[in-house]
Design a protein around this ligand. Structure first.
Ligand code: NAD
Ligand code: MG
Length: 295
């Protein structure tokens, strides 16, 4: 079944309750039950990104993996970023894409480090012979019920990973981007409907929305578009990595569909924002949240 077949979205994927499970961050896709769908068996490309050269962060698992698979099947060559601990997930993605005849280069590292961010962009330029696409999906989320125990190191780590990295990667990439290039960030419905136990995360996601909107205006005269995808609840290692087993077992239940989204359901939004088909879109956010309202 491809993404083009008519189907009932409410019954398309598993609904909670899910088996109780927890992982330590960053978490691994291969350990999840049920296994997330990243579009491995379903995403069909139609040549929308033939000749594109891109970097995808967080490409080993979850939404980043789904975006990488889709961009690759549309014709893009990619450099994939992820944390060294996620090598196993990352190799699965690389093997899949290379097996389909595309270039997919692994470059692990920590995006909360400015030097790695600039090395990653340089790796993209060197390996791909230039760069026109920067898709930033990586993000850190943890839970904490009490601001008195939300320590500075966690707050700092969330901000370095979720927002400083966007600044560092964008700054490194812009000198290489020609008109027609695109930057895509990954926000969250947490930016408009924050959870009480995710203060640092929600604030960082609010910052991502404003970063996207401000940078889009600044780069518009250069012909570079900047947009964002704001997911609702999506079945990825972020959940068992950040929430307790009880919360994970009912994850997505509150969405109008009564289930979380699967990473594969986010892929088309990334493809659309990278493709020239969205030429008049810049500074915009596509919400993909199963009917959950976002503002
Ligand atoms: P995920 O765990 O599969 O992906 C997150 C990725 O971020 C990891 O695979 C890891 O490679 C990367 N990462 C984290 N810290 C890093 C660091 N310091 N250096 C380099 N890479 C790092 O989970 P996901 O849900 O697919 O998350 C992808 C994005 O979607 C995140 O920005 C997240 O905030 C956002 N998001 C997810 C949900 C959801 O419900 N899953 C909802 C809204 C937004
Ligand atoms: Mg991962």
């Amino acid at each position: 079944m491809s993404q083009y077949e008519k189907q009932d979205p409410t019954t398309l994927y598993p609904v909670p309750p899910f088996p109780k499970q927890e992982q330590s961050l960053p978490g691994a896709a291969w350990k999840m039950d049920p296994k997330p769908d990243h579009g491995e068996e379903s995403y069909v490309g139609t040549g929308r990104l033939e000749g594109f050269r891109g970097i995808v962060t967080g490409a080993d698992s979850g939404i980043g993996r789904a975006a990488a698979i889709a961009l690759s099947r549309e014709g893009a060559d990619l450099v994939l970023s992820y944390l060294p601990d996620e090598q196993e997930d990352a190799e699965e993605v690389r093997d899949l894409l290379e097996g389909e005849g595309r270039k997919a280069v692994l470059f692990p590292g920590d995006i909360s480090d400015e030097q790695y961010c600039s090395d990653l962009v340089q790796k993209g330029v060197d390996e791909l012979g230039g760069l026109d696409t920067l898709v930033m999906v990586a993000g850190r989320m943890d839970s904490n019920d009490d601001i008195l125990t939300l320590d500075t190191s966690m707050f700092d780590s969330t901000f370095k990973t979720n927002i400083y990295s966007l600044f560092w990667l964008t700054k490194a990439a812009v000198p290489h981007l020609e008109p027609g290039s695109t930057i895509v960030t990954t926000g969250s419905i947490q930016a408009s409907t924050p959870s009480p136990d995710k203060i640092d995360y929600a604030v960082s996601k609010g910052a991502i929305k404003l970063f996207t909107e401000a940078v889009a205006q600044q780069l518009a005269p250069k012909g570079i578009r900047v947009n964002s995808v704001a997911p609702g609840p999506v079945w990825t290692p972020l959940q068992p990595g950040s929430d307790d087993a009880e919360t994970v077992s009912t994850f997505g239940q509150q969405a109008p569909y009564g289930r979380p989204g699967q990473p594969a359901e986010l892929a088309a939004a990334y493809v659309h924002l990278v493709s020239p088909e969205s030429s008049y879109q810049s500074g915009s956010t596509i919400t993909v949240a199963g009917g959950t309202p976002a503002f």
